[in-house]
Design a protein around this ligand. Sequence first.
Ligand code: UFG
Length: 333
Amino acid sequence: MRVLVTGGAGYIGSHVVKELGRAGHDVLAYDDLSTGNPWAVLSGRLVVGDLADQGLLEKTFAEFAPQAVMHFAASIVVHESVSDPVKYYLNNTANTFGLLKMMREKNVGLLVFSSTAGVYGVPSGGIANEDSQLCPVNPYGTSKLMSEWAMRDLSLAVPGFRYVALRYFNVAGADPSSRIGEAQKEATHLVTRAVKAAKGEFDRLDIFGTDYPTPDGTCVRDYIHVDDLANAHILALDYLVSGGRSDVFNCGYGHGFSVREVVAASRRVTGVEFKVVEARRRFGDPPVLVAGNRKIRDILKWTPEFDDIDYIIKTAWDWELKLDLIRSRHAGN
Ligand code: UFG
């Protein structure tokens, strides 16, 4: 199939582009390169452009004639969304509306959407199922939830339009061959910060809050390897192609690790006893956030391959060690 992938040069998008190529699809990545990198697009071609540019989007749709769209392009830094909500509502929500408008005009009926566990906010008991209450606690989560609602309404209005929204938990790790991985200039995610601390890029790793109501006082998250997540996208596309109805699915392993456990695993895997400082809580962090994943296993037949925190960290570490070389090799290109 011809699949248009917005944000295809970014961290998660590029892993999905890789898997789409492996599955034999014809891919066009559409990315403004604000956080993505051209070298990360391992399959198909890249159009550099802003999703808000309806002229370029229309030209791209006309020339490539996609049969399906996967939509990753978004701003994702939770604390930034609190200080600059308009950026998130424009870049995430409004641009999704523009993409839906284009899909409608061009009669493209299949969409796989990159959503977030952030739509649940602080779920009671820490486990979120797809039918748990939707109550985002920051503009990032709200911007994604509004996008989900727009596609739900479109699917009800237009019989030819169907979508799958995948709600990601804590995505981490990298391509096992270290060709691609997280390469944003400002790393905020725990695993990425931990391996950067091990590499010496930071002089320490802060643990944000040690007084949570969890076994060791630090927050618990459901860390999922990026290639398992990429595979969920391939299954979601297959599901839509074979007539599946519009739906939402959690993407997580169904169990979590505390920040202290991730720190211990990162020291073990890297062999570096990097400095750790116990710091104050970060605003808006739920104590526990773990995926109920029965639905994606049952309906999409998703079977994770990399449910191993040491392996996740190992692939992130291998990638981190290679990243500077890749950056310098591509500098000036
Ligand atoms: N943490 C630290 N130190 C750090 C970085 C993070 O202690 O240097 C802690 C956080 O406070 C949190 C945990 O590690 O308790 C995980 O934090 P991340 O920033 O890695 O991830 P989040 O859980 O905040 O958010 C991620 C994505 C969001 C998504 C959310 C849904 O970044 O986009 O998962 O679960 F909405």
